[in-house]
Every structure is written in C-alpha cells, then in structure tokens.
Design a protein around this ligand. Sequence first.
Ligand code: ZN
Length: 401
Amino acid sequence: MGGMKFFQSVIPLLSLAGTLSLSAADVSATDVPATKDPLFRETTLPPSAPSETQPYALNVIYFLPAGTEPFENYETRLSGILLALQRFYLNEMERNGHPGRTFGLNKSEDGTKVNIVVVRGEADKSAYPYEGGAGRARKEIQKFFEENPDKKFSDHSLVIMPSTTENPLAPGGVPFYGFGKICFALDYPDFDIKHCGKNDKLGALFTKWFGGMAHELGHGMNLPHNRGTKTQEKNFGTALMGAGNYTLGRRPTFLTPASCAILDRCQIFRTEKFEGPASPRIKKPDEIAIRFGKQSVRVSGRLPKNHRVVSVVVYYDKDECWSVNADYDAETFIADFNREDGVFTAEIPFDEIHPGKTPRVQIRMRLIHDDGECSILRYTLPKDLFIPENTPLKELAPSKG
Ligand code: ZN
C-alpha cells in the first residue's frame, strides 16, 4: 500500500533521532555541538564548478550602484560565508538521501576563494531601493551576462549589494528577497563567518543576515516556504525555508526532505548536463482523491501518461494559503510515486501537523519535473468535508481542481 511506503520514507529521519537529540526549545547557541550541526559538520566540499561532475555553478554577483565600492575584504568574508552555505546544503542533502550533492560554486583551485563577479550599476543607489529596486538590477545583470557570457555559469544568481544605510549595526536599504532563479542579499562591513553563533551584538546581527541569505538563496534555487513536521522539528530544529533564517548558526536548522527533493533537480545541483525540450506542465491529474480519516489524510492520484515528473511533494497548508508568504506553515510529505504508471500516494498523519487557526486547509501537490521545473495542483478544503476512509479511488475521481 502507498501508506506503507510513506512511512518508509520517514524512517531514515527517525533512525537519526538517536544521534541528534536536540530540540529547538532547549538549545542555546553554545549548546550546538559543532560536529552535529549541519552548518559546521566537516565534509569535503566539491571542487570548483563547472566541472565534469557538476556542470553548473551559482552566479555570485556583487552589484555596486554607481558611486559605491565594496566593503573591505569582501572577497574573503563572502567566500567564508558562501562555503559555509555550500557545506550546510551538502550536509542536509546527504542526511535526506542525496549524498555528495550541493550547489556548484566557481572557486579557486585550493577551494578557499569563491569567484565573485562585480557588476557596476548604471544608476546611483537611489535607483535600487529595497522596494522595487530588484527589477532594475536584474535587467542590468542580464545585460552584463549578454556582454560577458563567459561569466555566466547557470540560470541561478545570488546578487549581493552593499548596505546603503551607512549604519554598520543596522544594515539594509537594498533588495533582500528571492524570486524565480535570482535572489538578493546584502553585505555590510562586519558580515563575517567568524561572528557565527556568537552571543553578542555582531553574532545576533550575523544570524539575521546570514540566515536571511541562506533562505533567499533557497528561493533562488526553486524552493518555496515550508515548515517541519512535529517529528522533524523535534529532531532537527527549524526548517530553513520556514523561520530558519532567524536560527541558522545559533540553533539547529534543517532542510526538509521536500526541499531536498526539489534541489535534487535544480540545475546548479546537477551532476550532468541537462539539455533538451522543457517538460510540459501538468494542469490536472487524471485522478485525484483526498480522504480525511480519523488519524490522517490520504492523498492519492494518477498523473497523465507521458508525464516527466520525478517526484511528488504534498504540502498541508493551513489557513490563508493564496497570498505571498502564507505558506510558511505548510508541513510537507514526500509521496510514494511510481513513475511508470504515474500513481502517487501520500499519508499525512494529523499528529505530525501543527494546528491551524481556521478550519481551512489547502492540500497542494508540487510535481517536480525532470528539468527542475514544477507543476502545482491545489485543492482547498473546508475541514467539514469529511470523506470516509477506504472510499474507493474511483468514487472520488476525477475531482474538480
Ligand atoms: Zn522566504
């Protein structure tokens, strides 16, 4: 049964519980053992990309409005930060069953320096504010890549802009968000990995902007928001794509299996080139059934023939679920999925779900295609729609999306 398979996918997490007995509530920064925290756990980072085993790399851009210069020592400081992020993603991919995988970085032969491309903006800093400044910067970066194709390593870019507040203890003023395949973060004079986890002013400031960069980078690598299940939170802390931007480096922070399944297909995580036509999106499944039982919801369905979906992730999103940023509270479940016949099943146990404030629930399926793109199927339900367990699939399907 599909339900059985679902539990199998949870077992690797549970078996790690013994080695990671930390919970978010009772851990302070100094309690995080360096060998356990995925941010610091020593692992061999991959060599510079593009390489034979990793043909794509993240474009790292330091974007300077006219009349500004980078903050001192930016190459060394930001390299330390980027390598820590590459390690965090590597360790979390490994824990979730994708060993040796992380995003590619173009770096020096000894692996200590990341190549950061400086792009000089056409206008002064007033043209690139937090609100609405990203569009213009993005256009200029596109133009830069057209003129310098050798500097472009993939479709994914992290753009770092120097803070424009002129207050080193309150950086800001520049775009700080991710959308599509581009994300924006900032630099300030004391943005240095040496402050990571410290219980002082610069330590707290570091977490805010470092966790923020890690989270926005997740968006720039196709990740939506999500929250850990109760078991995941107990064992691993806070999901990076939930509120993990406030915890990374100070308290245990993790990537959900759903985030890792999406990253597995992201271009800059690929181990070989992917060329060819884009995968067609799926607007609706051939069959879908969402059955509320006493202890769980079972979601099952069948995708159309000739689909190019490699995995199906189910989001259990409570309350408001249509507006931007309403999805931080969605727990995620990897469906058992048979690529050959297109049938998927996921079981969502209620005791893994954090309570919502309203009866409204959206069950959302994210279909991850082989080219890294995704299709999203949404079913918004009032909870009083109680469908008895063991209702045959055909009685419910096809349902209207
Ligand atoms: Zn976000």
